[in-house]
Structures are given as structure tokens and as C-alpha cells.
Ligand binder design. Structure first.
Ligand SMILES: [Zn+2]
Length: 300
């Protein structure tokens, strides 16, 4: 209270105004939002990757130094998170620039060990400018159980991602993982990696990150419906209408190319791995039992 003029500031409300201004000064390292779009200065891409790193860490989509994030800078360069650092603690200068074959061009640190997976996606998908890989727990549990997130449970998921398949297992950080992904990266914007985690991609980093959030959210909803013991799937007709509406939402990837994907109330009985279930009322069951007993008596 010894600063000259402080009392006057307090009385006039100026102190509060100044204090608030000091707390909200724009600090690029503390930014909690990123703008959509893939055409930006390199500095902004660096800050965006650090921001998404903090988001996936704070949402517990990764533990320790897991996960990796990258952005396509132009036709020959990729900006990627480095290996062996918490994605919640990255600074813009920690990031690494490589070419599309993985050769380091700029950076003090080593590039992500999963860079080959990112490069596979950039090389196969000219529409993709950002890739996000993480281990969100419920979606990763589905990947570990070999359970695809492919049921037509939520209308918005049918529109946005269609199906989220499980890619066969491949050792992380090796060619095996890229080989397992290669046949399906063309068709899906989000893929579960068996016994590992999730990879998502998009036209920009915000989209790739949102898809990671959507996968984990859907995995949670799907799990809870399993725990509730009941899943009411959309019908094939419902799904057709949603797929027809995709263009209005700007969804372009045909992520429903696999027959029976997504699984609807019409095809659940024949979907791979699903038991052939029917449902009948108690009255119908009683009638069936009575009929069987009557026939049995008639035979004696
Ligand atoms: Zn991983």
C-alpha cells in the first residue's frame, strides 16, 4: 500500500482494471485456443502443437511422454513433436521439422518415434494436414480388447466418423505399425491401434484434435451402454439419411466403406462377432413353452 497513487487507483477502480489486464495479457505459451485452418506461419503451427499437447495431457489422453502430434507445413516438410518429452510440457523450440521421408531438417531434439505412422498418413492422404496420436483410456481399452467402435449408437458419430475400426497390432515405432495401417488409412479419419491407442487426422490440427476427443467421448458412451445392458442402434434407414446429410456438415471421408459399417439395428445379427440375438415378450415366450409342452404330451 506504499506505492504512490495506489489508494487513488483502488478508489477509482483503476487498480482492479490494471490487475485484470495483467492477468489476461496474451501470452502465446498460455493460449488455450487455436484457430482453424492449415495455412499459417510456422511460429503459429509450433504454438498450436504445444497447445494441443497440453490439451491431450490435461485430458489424460496420454501418460508420461506418450503421444505425438504433427502438422504438414508444405508439400515437402512436416513439423512434429519430439520424442521423450511430456506433451504437456513442450515449448515451440522443442519441435522438429522433417521431410516426408522422415529426414530431420531442423531441430535440436529427435523426432517422434511414431513419425513413420504420421508420414504414411500424409503420403496417402493429400487432404490431411495434421495427425494426432494418443492413448485415451476408454478408446484404448477398446483397442486392447479388439473391439471396434462401429455401432450406430449416436447420430452425430455416424455423420462425423462413420466407423472407427481396429487396425491389426504392429510394434510401436516400427514399420509393422505402418504396414498394419496402410490398407485402411485412406478410408478412416480415426483408427484404433490394437493393443496401443488411437490415431486421428484432419485437414487441420483443430479437426484432428477434435476427432481424438470425439473418439474418446464415443468410447465412453459405448461402454456405458454396455454396462447398462442395452444398446438401441439406429436402423439402416436412419443411417442412410445421416450419411446423405454428411455433405451439409462438410464430412468428406467415406469412412463407411466396409460392409456392415456402421452396425445398425438391421444388420447387428449378422455383424462380425455379434451373437445372433432376438428379442421376444414374456407372453410370446410363455406361448412358445406351452406349445412345446403340448406337442411333447401329444407324442407320448
Ligand atoms: Zn502410442
Amino acid at each position: 500500500m506504499s506505492r504512490p497513487g495506489l489508494a487513488t487507483e483502488l478508489l477509482s477502480g483503476q487498480f482492479l482494471k490494471h490487475a485484470t489486464e495483467r492477468r489476461t495479457l496474451p501470452d502465446p505459451m498460455l493460449a488455450d485456443s487455436i484457430s482453424p485452418g492449415a495455412t499459417k506461419p510456422e511460429d503459429e503451427h509450433r504454438r498450436d502443437i504445444c497447445t494441443v499437447g497440453r490439451w491431450i495431457h490435461s485430458r489424460a489422453f496420454v501418460a508420461s511422454t506418450d503421444g505425438n502430434i504433427s502438422v504438414r507445413l508444405d508439400s515437402r516438410r512436416v513439423l512434429t513433436s519430439p520424442t521423450a518429452i511430456s506433451k504437456g510440457m513442450m515449448l515451440p523450440d522443442d519441435l522438429v521439422i522433417t521431410d516426408l521421408r522422415g529426414k530431420k531438417l531442423v531441430g535440436r531434439r529427435a523426432a517422434s518415434t511414431e513419425l513413420a505412422m504420421h508420414l504414411l498418413i500424409y503420403n496417402r492422404r493429400p487432404d490431411v494436414n495434421a495427425v494426432c496420436h494418443a492413448h485415451p483410456p476408454v478408446a484404448t481399452a477398446h483397442a486392447a480388447a479388439g473391439i471396434a467402435l462401429n455401432k450406430a449408437l449416436l447420430s452425430e458419430l455416424v455423420i462425423s466418423l462413420g466407423c472407427i475400426p481396429v487396425a491389426p497390432y504392429g510394434t510401436p515405432g516400427t514399420q509393422e505399425l505402418s504396414d498394419a495401417l496402410e490398407p485402411i488409412v485412406q478410408h478412416y479419419d480415426a483408427i484404433l491401434l490394437a493393443n496401443h491407442g488411437v490415431v486421428t487426422c484432419g485437414a487441420d490440427l483443430l479437426t484432428a484434435f477434435f476427432r481424438m476427443e470425439t473418439v474418446e467421448h464415443f468410447a465412453q458412451v459405448s461402454l456405458v451402454t454396455e454396462l447398462l445392458g442395452k444398446q438401441v442402434l439406429l436402423s439402416g434407414r436412419d443411417v442412410e439419411k445421416l450419411l446423405a446429410a454428411r455433405a451439409r456438415y462438410g464430412t468428406t471421408t467415406a469412412s463407411t466403406v466396409t460392409p456392415g459399417c456402421p452396425v445398425t439395428s438391421d444388420n447387428i445379427a449378422t455383424a462380425a462377432g455379434e451373437p445372433d440375438r432376438i428379442s421376444i415378450t414374456r407372453k410370446e415366450l410363455e406361448a412358445l413353452i406351452e406349445e412345446a409342452v403340448r406337442k411333447d404330451r401329444a407324442l407320448r
